[in-house]
Write a protein that binds this ligand. Structure first.
Ligand code: PLP
Length: 465
């Protein structure tokens, strides 16, 4: 499989190169040159398969030319062997036709582990036997950072520099990053918000001087391999609820548009997806874009759902590319306009293409608390605030003709204060992360300027050989 940039001017790459590169050199994101499809019979044959077997069947076409099926299976077994639930992504029934898909049974208690544990394996596999040293630079609104750090801590040939907005991630999230002792892990608290941190990371990738000195790589959901790994659980859940004989709807707590875009990919591959609810908190750029076509970025408001406190959703570019006739040069111009003015209008083709499957829904803090309380009182389920945003949106968009699956993206113990406020119940941290609050933290705090951050990384990273 070859991968193209959404902005049309970077060279196409194979899967291994696209995985190691992350962002394309023209500022675009990599997408497969064509969507592989599974026939109805092939989807039916997924019923009853284990998570790893499902993963191999769904991902094999995307890695063709870079990994054999057996190699892919080995990496999946290693990645998902560290999950604490044998199903990896168990479904939980909430009521007659509402379900939760629990994606938080990985080492850092958020769905990001599903993709990043595999990405860590892929990096190691593709670096083996080369003398390449990879410098991973990323920004996190909370969960990506800890999941990425866990996935690469101690791995040879890799350093990871993770930026998080100072004071805007939960204590559990911060400690999961800063208490990892491995010498290849470098945590940076930025005096600014998540979008500022993400812009600093983008600026390093787009700085020819910096990116020629270091072999930079991305672990944010701009990395195609992450999205690919997330496509798997849409299939896994849907076949358990009756696909391909009936369509399934999903509601997804959305920030960077990675997780819900994976649902779109599943649909393009042939999975009958009835609807994708893009659930946002009050940072609602996506809900606005999908309802009115106005993609304009406002000031980020801090909420109890920090992983969704985003006003620029990187992966939205992938959708605009696919529903806009895959016209890279035109999209490149549109995106450069957005980057300059922080506002753009979707074209009619983009709006209509998106509206065919996606519906945006904004949920405020009260709606979130009501959903958390409802899940606890009516189904005995303690859910985290991000999941609650999506569940609230799911209830508003429920229809009689399709089961609705809400993606449960974080373990409630990661956001214990907010959960306790809404439900009166304080979810205990699972035993496997129990000593988090005793371990020593390690991070530096820097001003949100390009000089401060790139200078710090340049002093600690290993230059290209
Ligand atoms: C990252 C994250 C999200 C948002 O996912 P995107 O792929 O960025 O849209 C939602 N919930 C939780 C708990 C997360 O960690």
């Amino acid at each position: 499989m070859r991968y193209l940039s959404t902005r049309g001017s970077a060279p196409s790459l194979d899967f291994a190169a696209a995985t190691l590169a992350g962002l394309a050199s023209d500022g675009g994101l990599y997408v497969p040159e064509a969507w592989p499809t599974l026939t109805t019979d092939e989807i039916a044959a997924l019923a009853g398969l284990s998570y790893v077997d499902t993963a191999v069947a769904v991902m094999a076409p995307f890695v063709e030319g870079s990994l054999t099926r057996e190699e892919l299976r080995g990496l999946c077994e290693a990645a998902y062997g560290r999950f604490s639930h044998d199903a990896i992504a168990p479904l939980v029934q909430l009521d007659h036709d509402q379900w939760l898909l629990e994606l938080f049974h990985g080492p850092t208690l958020a769905f990001k582990d599903v993709a990043l544990q595999l990405l860590g394996q892929l990096f190691e596999r593709f670096l083996r036997g080369t003398d390449t040293h990879l410098t991973i630079v990323g920004a996190t609104s909370g969960d990506t950072g800890s999941a990425a750090i866990d996935a690469v801590a101690g791995r040879a040939g890799i350093d990871i520099f993770m930026l998080h907005p100072e004071g805007r991630v939960s204590d559990v999230q911060r400690r999961q990053m800063t208490t990892v002792g491995a010498p290849n892990v470098h945590n940076i608290a930025i005096r600014g918000d998540f979008d500022t941190a993400q812009a600093l990371v983008k600026a390093m990738f787009n700085d020819p001087g910096f990116s020629s000195r270091f072999r930079l790589s991305a672990v944010n959901s701009i990395n195609w391999a992450r999205l690919m790994a997330q496509v798997v659980y849409y299939f896994y859940a849907a076949v358990r609820l009756g696909a391909p004989d009936r369509a399934i709807a999903f509601s997804v707590p959305t920030g960077n548009f990675g997780d819900v875009f994976a649902g779109y990919v599943a649909s393009r591959m042939g999975l009958p997806v009835a609807k994708l609810v893009v659930a946002t908190n009050v940072n609602d750029i996506l809900a606005r874009a999908l309802t009115t076509g106005d993609y304009s970025s406002r000031q980020v408001v801090a909420t109890p759902t920090p992983s969704m406190d985003i006003q620029v959703s990187s992966n939205f570019e992938r959708l605009l590319f696919d529903v806009g006739a895959r016209d890279g040069p035109a999209l490149g111009e549109q995106m450069r306009g957005f980057e300059a003015s922080r506002a753009m209008r979707l074209t009619n083709a983009q709006r209509e293409g998106a509206a065919a499957l996606f519906v945006g829904e904004r949920v405020d803090v009260d709606g979130m608390a009501v959903a958390m309380r409802g899940a606890w009182e009516r189904a005995g389920q303690v859910i985290d605030p991000h999941t609650a945003i999506a569940l609230s949106a799911a209830r508003r968009h429920a229809t009689a003709d399709a089961p609705m699956v809400t993606l449960a993206t974080a373990h409630p113990a990661k956001f214990g204060d907010a959960v306790e406020r809404a439900t009166g119940v304080r979810p205990p941290l699972p035993a496997r992360v129990g000593d988090l609050f005793e371990r020593e933290e390690r991070f530096v705090t820097l001003d949100a300027t390009y000089e401060a951050v790139s200078g710090h990384i340049a002093r600690h990273a290993v230059p290209r050989g």
